[in-house]
Design a protein around this ligand. Structure first.
Ligand code: FAD
Length: 454
């Protein structure tokens, strides 16, 4: 059996390792246009922040580790064309430019996503970075260590993490966001709160500009040195990081007749099969089923990519495995602020035809007399008609993520808000108040849901 894997970061590397364990005698080849495989892109902001000095700590398995297990890794080799009728892939060696065909019995596409480059005048100047791959991280960190001011374009997850990284490296930072809020995947009230809380801990080291569209960079052959916005703001900078989102790498799949989904990412079933026999896809290049609403979503996250890579490999090797989908759980941190969410936001729920009701509570995350007690603001959302929990968002200096993780389990189980209120959550003063903020919220929300007469 010949298993061919395209892409080798989270999904591809996981698929290769799993396939090797299941089929010790299969021929497994992994082709990637990258210079590294099996790394934690998620750790790049923390490398830039200076939490550790050696980028190699981000590398999970080396090509040599894979070769020892008989998985052949081909770095700097791009898949240029998939030919399903011949069960072949055209590969281009990026160093020699040689193109050649490789046969497969089973093909696993794990070619991920790439940063969106916004249309801004002079966006190709030197010292304008994106952050996706190991080289990006190395180059950016080198520049950060020599700079005094950095500009971040985009206030999403990666923008937030980089804001913290640059501030902790003692740079002044300007973050520019086109939307009226940052972290717009949250409901507007929570996004506003995030901005307020960040501004409240700002001691002049950073500035967050919202409703500002960057229209132009200026500079010379040495690199960018100024940023201009649509409202006429202009400021100097030493470098820029574009954090304007990512887009799935789907072009070679689409050209081969592989169906894309509504989100624009590759459409797969629970077995990670595409519409073409013996071709599987996983990771950031595919869309997922959003379990809460049974609708499609594109959630390009490492947590999902790993699970999907595993499922793709099991099925490609003749086994039976299903990846039922995602809940939309995510977390990040910026300075002392944790931001986490799962399930549907209120705005998303309404757009899908639910009748959402919500409560927002702000509480201590531990008993008030304990050291390190902090606030969290928790928003809990349920469907007015059925009482089912739809989602939650938590923001604050306190332990937000553990509340979201408990709620995620309830979402997966399809619990109503009343059922959740009876949940037996742990309590001791260093960990939570007697009644956890989640249960406070659930109690209040079940009151709102119950107003309906069934
Ligand atoms: C800065 C940063 C922080 C992040 N933080 C988090 C986090 O905290 N939590 C979380 O869950 N996720 C996080 N993510 C997302 C996570 O890193 C991705 O979801 C994960 O890397 C996806 O893995 P993948 O294998 O599907 O795709 P990718 O990581 O995109 O890997 C795809 C690989 O395929 C290669 N490739 C592309 N096209 C071809 C081709 N035609 N031929 C051959 N090879 C090709 C690419 O070069 C790449 O090496 C973060 C990402 C970044 C960039």
């Amino acid at each position: 059996m010949k298993i061919l894997i395209l892409g080798g970061v989270a999904a591809g590397a996981k698929a290769a390792a799993k396939a090797r364990r299941i089929l010790p005698d299969a021929t497994i080849d992994l082709y990637t246009d990258d210079t590294h495989i099996s790394y934690s892109a998620c750790g790049l902001p923390y490398y830039i922040e200076g939490n550790f000095e050696d980028y190699r700590q981000l590398l999970v398995r080396s090509p040599e580790d894979f070769e020892k297990k008989g998985v052949h890794i081909h770095l700097k080799n791009r898949a240029a064309k998939i030919i399903p009728e011949a069960k072949q892939v055209l590969i281009q060696d990026l160093e020699t430019q040689r193109a050649f065909l490789v046969d497969y019995d089973k093909l696993i596409i794990a070619i991920g996503a790439r940063p969106v480059i916004p249309k801004i005048k002079n966006v190709n100047l030197p010292n304008i970075f994106t952050l996706r791959k190991i080289e990006d991280g190395i180059a950016l960190k080198e520049k950060v260590l020599k700079s005094k001011h950095g500009t971040i374009i985009g206030g999403g997850y990666i923008g937030m993490e980089l804001l913290e990284a640059l501030v902790k490296q003692n740079l002044k930072v300007t973050l520019v966001e086109y939307a009226p809020n940052i972290m717009t995947m949250f409901d507007d009230d929570m996004s506003k709160l995030i901005l307020e809380q960040l501004n409240s801990i700002n001691d002049g080291r950073f500035e967050i500009l919202t409703s500002e569209l960057v229209t132009e960079f200026s500079g010379d052959i040495n690199g960018v040195n100024a940023v201009r916005t649509g409202t006429g703001k202009e400021f100097s900078t030493d470098f820029v990081i574009l954090c304007a989102g990512v887009t799935p790498n789907v072009e070679i799949a689409k050209d081969a007749g592989i169906e894309l989904g509504l989100t624009g990412a590759i459409k797969v079933n629970e077995k990670m099969e595409t519409n073409i026999q013996d071709i599987y896809a996983c990771g950031d290049c595919v869309e997922e089923n959003l379990v809460v609403s049974n609708t499609k979503i594109w959630m390009p996250l490492g947590s999902n990519a790993n699970k999907e890579g595993r499922t793709a490999a099991i099925n490609a090797c003749g086994g039976e495995d299903k990846f039922p989908g995602v809940l939309g759980s995510a977390v990040t941190r910026c300075l002392n602020l944790t931001m986490s969410m799962t399930g549907l936001t209120e705005k998303k729920a309404a757009s899908l035809g639910y009748n959402p009701v919500s409560v927002t509570v702000t509480k201590n995350d531990k008993v008030g007399y304990m050291p390190n007690v902090n606030n969290i603001t928790l928003k809990l959302i349920a469907d007015y008609e059925t009482g089912k929990i739809l989602g939650a968002q938590a923001v604050g200096a306190g332990d937000a993520d553990k509340r979201i993780n408990s709620l995620a389990a309830a979402l997966l189980a399809g619990m109503s808000v009343e059922e959740f209120y009876n949940n037996d959550l742990t309590y001791a003063p260093p960990f939570s108040p007697t009644i956890d903020p989640l249960l406070n919220a659930a109690q209040l929300l079940s009151g709102k849901v119950r107003q309906k007469e069934y």
